[in-house]
Write a protein that binds this ligand. Structure first.
Ligand code: BDP
Length: 590
C-alpha cells in the first residue's frame, strides 16, 4: 500500500488528536450499535497512542476485547476521499457516519477505505473505530484467551513484549482522483557510476503514465513514459550505509501525481559475503521495540529522532524491526539517515516449546489443527505480502525476516514455512529472505535453514544457559558456531540477539548476573567470539532499550536486556560497546 503523501493531486489532513474513547467492558458495542450514535463517554484518548498505561485504571489496562474511538471531521472537496490508518492493534472495524467502511486484521500494518460514498464535501462526518486487542491461534502473532476465577477474560501470548493496543499510528484523510496511482515498485541497479532504475506503476484506467526522477535538490535527472520501464541516472549519488542519498520518482497517471522516494543501491550475497553496493557490510546494532513509558507503542517523532541519535552516538549502523513492522515514519527516517534495516513481520511466538519459561503458559503443540494451523499460515502469508508491499521501496531494508524464533525443529515446521518462503520471494526477488532462529533449534536439529539466504541467530549463552559462567558460555557458543559452519557453509551468519538482563545501577565487583558488570562481560565475550569468525557478519544486541512485557517471575518491571534503560539512559555496557563500535566503524568505513 502506498504511503500517504501530498502532491498536486493529493491533499492530506491529519486526524490525530483527542478522540472520544470507551472501553467495551462486556463487548456489547456491536450489539448496541455504538457506531450509530455519539459514544456515551466522558473519556478522551490520544490518537495515536496505546491506551493501556494512560489511564490509572486496571480494568482498562487489562481489558480484553474491543475499545471504541470516535471523532468528527469536515470533508474537504474531493474527487475521491480516503481514510487511512497507519495501524490499529490488533484488529479494527471502521465506520463512517454509521456505515462500516473497512475491517482489518493485523496490528502493525496500514489499511484504508475510500469513503467518498459516505460523506459530502464541506460537511461534517463521524468516524467510529472499534479496536480489538485479542490474539488467537489464528492471528499473527498468536495467543489465546481463557478466563480467571471470576470469569474475566485473560489474554495469553507467547511473545516477550507487552500487548499494547489502540490506534498506534497516524490517522489521515486524503484526496485523490478517481483514476489514481495504486502502486509503484522500484528496483535499482548500479552500472559503473550510473544508477539503473526499473519502475512499475499500477494505475487502473489511466490512459497516460509518465515518470520523472528528481534528485534531492529538485533537479530532474531522468524521465520516461509508460507504466513500466527502466531509466538511467547518470553519475548517480548511491544510497549507502551512513549516506541517505534519496531520489524521488514522480509518477503522473492522468490527473494523479505521486512522489515515490527511493535510493539507488544493491544488496547481494556473494560467496557467502553480505554486500551492499558490492561491498561487504557488517551489521552493528540492535533488535529494538516500539516501546515507551506511558505511550506504549505510539509512534512519536521526538522519541524516534532521539533513539536514532543514541544509536548514532554508539556507533551502530543497523537495527532489526523486532518483532513487527515499525511505523512508516521510522522507515522513512532510516532511509534518510542511511540506516540498514532487517524488516520483520509480526510472526513472533510461533513456538510453544518456549511457553513454560518466560510465558508461564500451558503446554501446547505449535503446529496442529487446534493451534497454529492453515488459517494461521494464511494470515502469516498476508503479513509477509503486506509488509513487502508497504516497505519494498525503502533502500534501508536489506533483509526480510519472516518470523522470530518459530519452532523449526519438526517436520510440521518445514511444511509450514516452505510455502511462506515462496510468498516472500514472489513478492520481492531482490532482497535476501531469512528468519530468526531460536536456541532450541541448533544446527543439528534445525529443519528449514536451507530454504533461506542468511542465518540469523538469537543466542543467550551465559544467561538462559550457562548462567553467570562466561567460560562455559564461550565454549558452548564456539561449538555451536562451528556446527553452523559445518552444516551450512557459505551462508552469512548475523547474530540478531544476545545479552543478559541487567538492572541499571546494580553494581557488582563479582560481575554476577543482573549486574551492569555482567552485561559488559557477557557482551564482550560474544564480541570476542564474533571477531574470530569471518562468516559472522553482524552483531545486533538484544535490546536497544529495556521494554515492557507481561508480568512474570523472569521479568522485573519488564525485560531489562537493554543497552539503555527504558528512559534511554546508558548502562555501563553502553560505553564499552560504543568504544568497540566506533573502532569498527573506523575500520570498516561505514
Ligand atoms: C528471545 C526473543 C525476544 C525476547 C528475548 C529475551 O526473541 O523477544 O525478549 O529472547 O528472552 O526469545 O529477552
Amino acid at each position: 500500500m502506498l504511503r500517504v503523501r501530498e502532491s498536486r493531486s493529493r491533499q492530506v489532513k491529519s486526524l490525530n488528536g483527542r478522540w472520544d474513547f470507551k472501553v467495551d467492558t462486556h463487548n456489547v458495542g456491536f450489539d448496541e450499535k455504538w457506531y450509530a450514535a455519539p459514544l456515551d463517554t466522558e473519556r478522551k484518548m490520544a490518537v495515536p497512542g496505546s491506551y493501556n498505561d494512560v489511564f490509572i485504571d486496571t480494568a482498562t489496562h487489562d481489558h480484553v476485547g474491543y475499545v471504541w474511538y470516535q471523532t468528527t471531521a469536515f470533508a474537504p472537496s474531493f474527487e475521491r476521499l480516503v481514510l487511512h490508518f497507519g495501524s490499529a492493534t490488533h484488529a479494527a472495524v471502521v465506520f463512517v457516519n454509521g456505515a462500516e467502511v473497512v475491517r482489518h486484521e493485523g496490528g502493525y500494518l496500514p489499511f484504508e477505505a475510500d469513503i467518498s460514498e459516505h460523506v459530502q464535501a464541506g460537511e461534517e462526518f463521524t468516524i467510529t473505530v472499534a479496536v480489538d486487542n485479542r490474539l488467537s491461534w489464528q492471528t499473527i502473532p498468536p495467543g489465546y484467551v481463557d478466563q480467571d476465577c471470576e470469569g474475566n477474560d485473560v489474554q495469553h501470548y507467547f511473545h516477550d513484549f507487552y500487548n499494547y493496543a489502540g490506534i498506534h499510528r497516524t490517522v489521515s484523510l486524503y484526496t485523490r482522483p478517481a483514476v489514481h496511482i495504486q502502486d509503484v515498485t522500484i528496483v535499482t541497479d548500479i552500472d559503473g557510476a550510473d544508477g539503473v532504475v526499473a519502475y512499475d506503476v499500477v494505475a487502473d484506467g489511466a490512459t497516460e503514465v509518465k515518470v520523472r526522477v528528481v534528485d534531492s535538490s529538485g533537479r530532474e535527472v531522468a524521465n520516461a513514459e509508460g507504466a513500466s520501464g527502466k531509466v538511467r541516472v547518470p553519475d548517480a549519488d548511491f544510497w549507502a550505509p551512513g549516506h541517505g542519498a534519496l531520489y524521488t520518482l514522480e509518477v503522473t497517471a492522468d490527473e494523479d501525481v505521486y512522489p515515490q522516494r527511493f535510493g539507488i543501491r544493491t544488496v547481494s550475497i556473494e560467496d557467502g559475503v553480505f554486500k551492499i553496493n558490492g561491498e561487504p557490510f557488517y551489521f552493528r546494532g540492535y533488535g529494538r521495540h516500539e516501546d515507551n513509558i506511558i505511550r506504549g507503542k505510539q509512534h512519536d517523532d521526538v522519541s524516534m529522532i532521539n533513539d536514532f541519535d543514541i544509536m548514532r552516538w554508539q556507533g551502530a549502523n543497523s537495527f532489526r524491526t523486532s518483532h513487527y513492522p515499525y511505523a512508516e515514519d521510522v522507515m522513512d527516517y532510516a532511509d534518510e539517515q542511511g540506516w540498514v534495516v532487517i524488516d520483520e513481520t509480526p510472526a513472533v511466538g510461533l513456538n510453544t516449546g518456549l511457553s513454560g519459561g518466560v510465558f508461564q503458559s500451558k503446554s501446547f503443540t505449535t503446529f496442529s489443527e487446534d493451534t497454529v494451523n492453515g488459517e494461521t499460515q494464511r494470515a502469516h502469508a498476508r503479513e509477509i505480502r503486506d509488509l513487502i508491499a508497504r516497505d519494498k521501496n525503502h533502500p534501508s531494508v536489506v533483509i526480510w525476516s519472516i518470523a522470530n524464533e518459530p519452532e523449526t525443529n519438526t517436520d510440521a515446521s518445514r511444511a509450514y514455512f516452505e510455502p511462506l518462503v515462496e510468498v516472500a520471494r514472489a513478492a520481492d526477488s531482490t532482497r535476501p529472505v531469512g528468519y530468526v532462529n531460536v536456541m532450541l533449534s541448533p544446527p543439528h536439529l534445525e529443519r528449514i535453514t536451507d530454504l533461506f539466504d542468511v542465518i540469523m541467530l538469537n543466542r543467550y549463552y551465559g544467561w538462559y544457559v550457562n548462567t553467570g559462567k562466561i567460560n562455559d558460555a564461550e565454549a558452548a557458543l564456539r561449538a555451536e558456531i562451528d556446527g553452523w559452519l559445518e552444516r551450512f557453509p557459505g551462508k552469512p551468519i548475523i547474530f540478531t540477539e544476545y545479552g543478559p538482563d541487567t538492572l541499571n545501577g546494580n553494581k557488582d565487583f563479582f560481575a554476577r548476573p543482573w549486574s551492569e558488570e555482567y552485561q559488559a562481560e557477557n557482551i564482550a565475550m560474544f564480541h570476542r567470539v564474533f571477531d574470530d569468525y569471518p562468516q559472522i557478519q553482524g552483531e545486533q544486541m538484544w535490546n536497544f532499550a529495556d521494554f515492557q512485557t507481561t508480568p512474570g517471575i523472569m521479568r522485573v518491571g519488564g525485560n531489562k536486556k537493554g543497552m539503555f534503560t527504558r528512559d534511554r539512559q546508558p548502562k555501563l555496557n553502553a560505553y564499552k560497546v560504543r568504544e568497540r563500535w566506533l573502532r569498527l566503524k573506523e575500520e570498516q568505513g561505514r
